[in-house]
Design a binder for this molecule. Structure first.
Ligand code: NAD
Length: 291
């Protein structure tokens, strides 16, 4: 099956990024969100990000104009039903995602493929709630989508090879690189990355190093482009904690227990950059460590 029309559910940081790269690759995109104002903000952000790509010569102005012309927005989920592929990128809560797929089912054409951008929730479990688990797959983009090269493909237990091939062809047309992950908690990238971040928070919690020294150690000592604590702030501490909880519950191993200090920051609402404060305070001119 050749995919040309794509519906994207959720116009947050991931959904808007996914719409951006799809439109630039020539797909006709319908971007849906429950919040109309979120859709306006998403299109504005896509347009600004494409301006930056034009400024640095990555694309020409004509490509930007054509791509923006290929993005339609709606608050009506059923309008996505005629798409060849629907990518769900709504909030990381299983109940939210199950409701979206349940609401979509009566409106889908028979050949529509369903994909979820979930960071950690079981693809098999999400697929099992639809009437087409063979046409369901995990399609996990990295943040920021327009910059990051990798996409994880996750087969549910029933995902057909036709679905896998069709979605692999989309990743290829986007110019991105796919890796295949089995459907176990948090897949590959977050299985390794989020416990690393959690360990960095333990290192802070136990007083082994300061925020600055922990980040500097991993940047200069392990050649990471960002320190683990600034990366945690970028991802969102609530998202990091949600993924640690999925690992802890899904694998039942104490090595995945979330650091109490991470829990405390989330309880305080210090969720990282998006909240203005996390392991660093972003409200001034330069980020200042909060411990
Ligand atoms: P976000 O909070 O920026 O955006 C979520 C969007 O979903 C919001 O605009 C919200 O209004 C919308 N939404 C909520 N309920 C909805 C519904 N019923 N129908 C339609 N839209 C709805 O979150 P995000 O960071 O874009 O994450 C979205 C998904 O992508 C999550 O599953 C997350 O785990 C995954 N993800 C996130 C990252 C990351 O680094 N942030 C990376 C890879 C994958």
């Amino acid at each position: 099956m050749t995919i040309q029309t794509v519906g994207v559910v959720g116009a947050g940081q991931m959904g808007s990024g996914i719409a951006h790269v799809l439109a630039l690759a020539g797909y006709d995109v319908t971007l849906m969100d429950v919040h109309a104002e979120g859709l306006g903000a998403a299109v504005q952000k896509i347009s600004e990000n494409m301006d930056r790509q034009v400024a640095r010569g990555a694309i020409v102005a004509e490509e930007r104009a054509h791509a923006l012309g290929r993005i339609r927005t709606t608050v009506n989920l059923p309008e996505l039903g005629t798409s060849d592929l629907i990518i769900e990128a709504a909030t990381e809560r299983e109940a939210v995602k199950l409701k979206i797929f349940g609401d979509l089912i009566p409106h889908l054409k028979p050949e529509t493929i369903l994909a979820s951008n979930t960071s950690s929730i079981s693809i098999t479990r999400l697929a099992g709630r639809t009437e087409r688990p063979e046409q369901f797959i995990g399609l996990h983009f990295m943040n920021p989508v327009s910059v990051m090269q990798l996409v994880e493909l996750i087969r549910g237990i029933a995902t057909s090879s036709e679905t896998f091939e069709a979605v692999s062809a989309v990743v290829q047309r986007l110019g991105k690189t796919a890796v295949v992950a089995e459907d176990f908690p948090a897949f590959i990238v977050n299985r390794i990355l989020i416990p690393t971040i959690n360990e960095a928070v333990y290192t802070l919690y136990e007083g082994v190093g300061s925020v600055i020294d922990i980040d500097l150690s991993m940047k200069l000592g392990a050649n990471h482009p960002m320190g683990p604590l600034e990366l945690a702030d970028f991802i969102g501490l609530d998202t990091c904690l949600a993924i640690m909880n999925v690992l802890h519950e899904g694998l039942a191993d104490t090595k995945y227990r979330p650091c109490p200090l991470l829990v405390k920051y989330v309880e305080a609402g210090w969720l990282g950059r998006k909240a203005g404060r996390g392991f660093y305070d972003y409200r001034g001119k330069v980020p200042v460590p909060t411990r």
